[in-house]
Design a protein around this ligand. Sequence first.
Ligand SMILES: [Zn+2]
Length: 245
Amino acid sequence: MIWIERWAEASRTPSVANRLKLLTHQLAMGGLDLLFPPHCVGCGRVGSFLCPHCLATIQVPEERTCPGLDGVCVAAEYDGVAGAAIRGLKYDGQTRLAEPLGLLLARALRQTNWQVDLVVPVPLHDTRLAERGYNQAKLISLYAARALGLNVEPGAVRRVRNTSSQVNLSAQERRANVKGAFESNSELVLGRSVLVVDDVLTTGATIAACAEALRNAGASRVYGATAAGAVFSPVPAAGDIDSPV
Ligand SMILES: [Zn+2]
């Protein structure tokens, strides 16, 4: 498709480091597939993490907007199998679910006509990263970017302040909680069009705070994309989640 060619041309060649990281992850996952055949997160069928039947049930959300972003792309409603996949990835250590989520996101991004120079996952604070062992947004972004021929620069935004969980906060409190939590590297983003990737969009406070850091560092455009979009509820249900904590 023409838009992919345009994007591939506009972006730098995916770095060797990123390719190696992805390859290592895939080799490890391939070994796991033999030992533990994948089950669909939606229906439990053996053979894939997200079977074609469940993939077909995924609802594409209504278009969202977010202050400070040139565009927002949300691949699926959080209710349903996409949410189940994200919970498995984020809270159950099932890193293999990053691949179907990344591909789902790539599919949604193909519907946009954005010109993107580089992809930046929403970073976790070092403390949180040490606890979980991986950044789910980064894993999703690597698979999505590879499918789209885009380069990922995880170092382009850094979380400089640890923030408390957004789960029990109001929309206003969420914005205050993440304000100033991120810094961006102008050497990587100056004059460039950046796509920020996260797992879930709720109020958009986190992605907006990243966008602000990117603009302060001179990014020409900032888009946001998430695998799922949750409807914000001021009183979250038990087990509700928010990103990226
Ligand atoms: Zn299924």
